[in-house]
Design a protein around this ligand. Structure first.
Ligand code: GLN
Length: 533
């Protein structure tokens, strides 16, 4: 049973400063020192989870093994730490209120007036301590979404204030802010940071460590000034200068001794600085590629890179193991069709068709699959991407002209992709898909089994539709085979065209499981095939 220390990471001045990356980097450094660390994200919005959010709102929805639809920051946590997260690692205001209101309806509050303090804050505190209670973690890092001063974040900051009293030396607050550079006067400005800390103080929270995002190096004067005005020790003012890849942030934070400051403040032994050998070797490979390939990513949210965060990161990992720079070319699926596909995709060595929902852009995705199949270009279809490959094969090889997914066309006479049986009576949209990790058995001597080098795998799902097994015989006879199947339900999870160089579609999301230290085998095999092409 470990005695857990809690670290909170708050943000000030602006959003998008990278609290998730700072949290993940600190966690990485503590993990390298031998501690067990997990990270949790508290999201101040009222949705129960991001599963119902349009990717334009908050980017990709990340799915955990236990089927939680979560914030994309959890993807960073897993990619940095190489340990799985769960539902307990992501809590939203919606979930907090839902729990409190359900308790109220049951009569659990015994006639009391239910209020933000103490009822909502108690529920926040309970959720924060949930991970610590398992006894598995030396450190729980809790990232508080949003920016200090937002109305939505107030109950969370209040919870931190209360927990500081309750847990004393076991709690630390790191505040991440921005030190902007004014080009006109050539100066770095500390005032926004001062104001942001003042806001925290107004809410009763004194940060212990400040991490300052900056485009230019901060000199000692700037750091001392921040320390003096913000009431922290100068050693606790940590510079976080811009770097070319997020994967350099742990190295930078180690140089800045963020982890050392944390250990000192907790009164824990500091010991030797972490070496990060494997991590550095990954960065070395990533920065010095021996080859270069262009991969087309066909999707309808490509103008927003966060919508495909895990896919893009998986290509960074898969590129590094292959000592290759993977240039992902975003292709908008609504702007591609049978007439322009050859011109648009002429330079790429591999084509990925992205996951997605609904009709928009579907024909563009199908045109991209056709181009990959007819020109023997390595192809990876993910979730809806596999479904597009199935539709394309049915229409153009099996000559079932109206073949479609019933998601897009309910009345098709050839529903080659259809709603799963257990989805037929579901009415609500939130949390009702086929979610989380499922087993999959691989057929020998296929792209899949060669990539995974295993007979059984487990991958994460997020969908309602599936390959319609009534068509399997026809598909296999015509050359598209099921190479991965769920052993419990018989659902087809992977399909391939063995006659082609590397053509594979997967019903699950391999991108959720790719990490720096364990690049995903399918992405790695796809990139290898693209390089050979
Ligand atoms: N819309 C498809 C389904 O629900 C695919 C989902 C996805 O790509 N994640 O089955």
């Amino acid at each position: 049973m470990k005695s857990t220390h809690y670290i909170f990471v708050t943000g000030g001045v602006t959003s998008s400063l990278g609290k998730g990356i700072i949290s993940a980097s600190l966690a990485k450094l503590l993990q390298e020192r031998g501690y067990a660390v997990t990270i949790q994200k508290l999201d101040p919005y009222i949705n129960i989870d991001p599963g119902t959010l349009n990717p334009y709102e908050h980017g990709e929805c990340f799915v955990t093994d236990d089927g939680a639809e979560t914030d994309l920051d959890l993807g960073h946590y897993e990619r940095f730490l190489n340990t799985p997260t769960s539902q307990a690692n992501n809590v939203t205001t919606g979930r907090i209120y839902q729990t409190v209101i359900n308790k109220e309806r049951k009569g659990d509050y015994l006639g009391k007036t239910v209020q933000i303090i103490p009822h909502i804050t108690d529920e926040i505190n309970r959720r924060i301590k949930l991970l610590g209670k398992t006894g598995d973690w030396d450190f729980v890092i809790t990232e508080i979404g949003g920016t200090v001063g937002d109305i939505e974040s107030l109950p969370y900051i209040e919870s931190v204030r209360q927990l500081k009293w309750e847990m004393g030396q076991k709690i630390l607050v790191i505040h991440l802010t921005l030190v902007p550079f004014l080009a006109a006067s050539g100066e770095l400005k500390t005032k926004p940071t001062q104001h942001s800390v003042k806001l925290l103080l107004e809410n009763g929270v004194q940060p212990d460590i400040l991490v300052l995002r900056t485009e230019h190096t901060l000199n000692a004067d700037v750091k001392n000034k921040v320390a003096r005005f913000c009431n922290v020790h100068p050693d606790s003012v940590i510079e976080s200068a811009d770097v070319s890849t997020i994967y350099e942030v742990p190295i930078l934070m180690a140089q800045e001794k963020l982890d050392e400051q944390v250990l000192l403040k907790f009164g824990l032994p500091v010991g030797k600085a972490p070496e990060l050998l494997k991590w550095k070797s990954f960065i070395e490979k990533f920065k010095n590629p021996k080859s270069h390939v262009k991969i087309a990513l066909v999707g309808k949210y490509v103008e927003l890179p966060d919508a495909y965060k895990s896919i893009n990161e998986s290509f960074i990992h898969a590129g590094a193991v292959n000592s290759c720079k993977v240039e992902v070319i975003p292709i908008h699926s609504e702007k591609i069709n049978e007439n322009n596909v050859a011109e648009i995709l002429k330079d790429v060595k591999g084509i990925v068709v992205a996951p997605g929902f609904g009709h928009r852009g579907i024909e563009g995705k199908i045109a991209a699959v056709k181009f990959a199949r007819e020109n023997n270009i390595p192809f990876l279809g993910i979730c809806l991407g596999l479904q597009c490959a199935i539709i394309e094969f049915a229409r153009n090889v099996l000559k079932l002209a109206d073949a479609h997914s019933t998601e897009m066309q309910r009345s098709t006479t050839n529903p080659v992709v259809d709603l799963m049986d257990n989805q037929k009576n579901i009415s609500g949209l939130g949390g009702t898909m086929r979610l989380g990790a499922f087993k999959c058995e691989l057929k020998k001597d296929t792209n899949a089994s060669k990539a995974y080098k295993k007979a059984e795998i487990s991958e994460r799902h997020r969908h309602r539709y599936e390959f319609n097994n009534a068509y399997l015989k026809k598909f296999e006879e015509a050359g598209m085979v099921a190479s991965g199947t769920n052993p419990d339900t018989g659902l087809v999870e992977i399909m391939e065209i063995p006659a082609l160089k590397w053509f594979t579609g997967v019903q699950f999301h391999p991108e959720y499981k790719s990490t720096v230290l364990e690049p995903h085998p399918l992405f790695a095999a796809f990139i290898k095939a693209a390089i050979e092409k």
